[in-house]
Design a protein around this ligand. Structure first.
Ligand SMILES: [Zn+2]
Length: 76
């Protein structure tokens, strides 16, 4: 009965930071909610960029997080 005590690490798809893959990390494979929202937002509005392209600026990110926290209540 050998227990694996080496956590699986992945690179955050957004910022490339090392993230420990844990069941209790709701943002996996991202390092944080912010990175997760950036990625979701990029897919959602069709402006997904190739890795290495400059990310959107801080203001856009903050607005996106605010919208997400309100639950994306946009009319269909
Ligand atoms: Zn990240």
């Amino acid at each position: 009965m050998s227990q694996s005590d080496r956590p699986l690490e992945v690179a955050c798809p957004q910022c490339r930071k090392k993230v420990v893959w844990r069941e209790d990390n709701p943002y996996r494979p991202f390092c944080s909610e912010r990175c997760r929202l950036i990625d979701l937002g990029a897919w959602a509005d069709g402006s997904r960029r190739i890795a290495g392209e400059p990310a959107m600026d801080e203001t856009e990110i903050d607005e996106m997080i605010l919208r997400a926290e309100r639950g994306f209540q946009e009319p269909e």
